[in-house]
Ligand binder design. Structure first.
Ligand code: ADP
Length: 399
């Protein structure tokens, strides 16, 4: 059975059609950019369609989600694959405290996802728009929502509560939710396979380092703590996001510079992190290249690594015993520099880098990068599309 996996963001929509039993082949995938929200088409919308290894770009006439689904359907028809499509799996960013697992989409589930919009005002509206358009485009297919937050619902209260008045929690849901759950869960399973041990017995720290970055303490396959919180702005330094800052910062910048709450938040989301400190780029590749000659780029790198190592040590406290550390995401999978510098800082936890293995583990090579006798550190390739397809197939199969 083929699953259509949809990842509808605020300005772009990514999709992939794949068979979770045969993940090495992705017959159809693509990206839509500048797609309008429901009812508002964009003239400049474009589509990049990949059939196997063949790639082409075209305008997306109409520019709405419905047009994107019509194009996917036409591609599947042309490839003779429409009859094999069995379900649609949607990535949904925020499931609040309502969803601790993927959910088959029903009117009640859609309403609950809408209710989480205040918690993720940038992401959940696009997810909802994508689901609504998919229900119209594929009315006969079962559809499933897979939440970024669900994996972290196993965190204990000591990890997920903030030290704020209880009524903020009970009335407004102010607590830590965590994100990137699909990826943390997927790479923890892969790491157990690579270590040849049952996931149930393992205490792992997973570091998902892409444009957004978070670490997670995974004990026996369950999240015990994570660095992202109420929103994906918390925790590690990221491409354009600040990670944690002093909670007094908003008021201070309001008094000193006359910035509104919204302006400070926007700056922390879009102009901070690697970009804000280097003044050059949010892209780790470019930053590493610039660091040879540019002091601000060097500082941004040093801060990224320092804060990452510190957050990993925090996760070690959550676990008590660490059996393995996993690097994943675009930076985790490709930057031997970030991995080496982070592990150097983590000698306090007993990690000893295997330099050769670390240099080899780039461009999609997974493997162990610490010496025998050291706790294991692994490079693992994440595959969120596959994880969503598997979860979707499992849920649809059961019903
Ligand atoms: P997203 O979170 O949007 O899915 P990715 O997981 O693809 O993003 O991660 C993007 C990040 O990975 C960027 O900072 C990019 O520079 C970094 N990256 C990709 N390849 C390399 C590389 N060879 N060396 C260092 N960083 C890399």
């Amino acid at each position: 059975m083929l699953i259509l996996v949809m990842n509808c963001g605020s300005s772009s929509v990514k999709f992939a059609v794949l068979d979770p039993q045969n993940p090495s082949e992705v017959p159809l995938s693509g990206l839509f950019e500048r797609v309008g929200s429901v009812g508002v088409g964009h003239a400049g919308a474009s589509a990049t369609i990949k059939r196997g290894s063949e790639k082409r770009e075209q305008a997306l006439v109409g520019g709405q989600y419905a047009d994107a689904f019509a194009l996917i359907r036409a591609e599947l028809d042309a490839m003779g694959l429409s009859a094999k499509l069995g379900a649609v799996g949607h990535r949904v960013v925020h499931g609040g405290a309502v969803f601790n697992a993927p959910a088959r989409i029903t009117p009640a589930v859609l309403a609950a996802i809408r209710q989480c919009i205040p918690l993720a005002p940038l992401h959940n509206p696009a997810n909802v728009a994508g689901i609504e358009a998919a229900l119209e485009a594929f009315p006969k297919l079962p559809q499933v929502a897979v939440f970024d937050t669900a994996f972290h619902q196993t965190m204990p209260p000591a990890a997920y509560r903030y030290a704020v008045p209880e009524r903020w929690y009970t009335q407004h849901g102010v607590r830590r939710y965590g994100f990137h759950g699909t990826s943390h869960g997927f790479v923890a399973e892969r790491a157990a396979e690579m270590l040849g041990q049952p996931l149930d017995n393992l205490n792992l720290i997973t570091a998902h380092l892409g444009n957004g970055c978070s670490v997670c303490a995974v004990a026996g396959g369950k999240s015990l703590d994570t660095s992202m919180g109420l929103t994906p702005l918390d925790g590690l330094m990221m491409g354009t996001r600040s990670g944690d800052v002093d909670p007094g910062l908003h008021e201070y910048m309001n008094r000193q510079a006359g910035l509104s709450v919204e302006e400070v938040t926007a700056t922390l989301n879009k102009q901070s992190g690697l970009l804000g400190v280097s003044g050059l780029t949010n892209d780790m590749r470019d930053l590493e290249a610039a660091a040879a000659t540019n002091e601000k780029a060097r500082l941004a790198l040093e801060m990224f690594v320092y804060r990452l190592a510190r957050a990993i040590a925090q996760m070690a406290v959550a676990l008590g015993r660490v059996d393995g550390l996993v690097f994943t995401g675009g930076i985790g999978e490709n930057s031997d520099y970030v991995r080496a510098a982070t592990l150097k800082r983590l000698q306090v936890l007993g990690f000893e880098l295997d330099d050769e293995a670390n240099k080899v583990a780039v461009r999609g090579q997974s493997g162990r990068i610490t010496r025998a006798g050291s706790p294991a550190a692994l490079v693992v390739n994440t595959n969120e599309e596959l994880a969503i397809a598997r979860e979707t197939a499992a849920l649809v199969g059961e019903n």
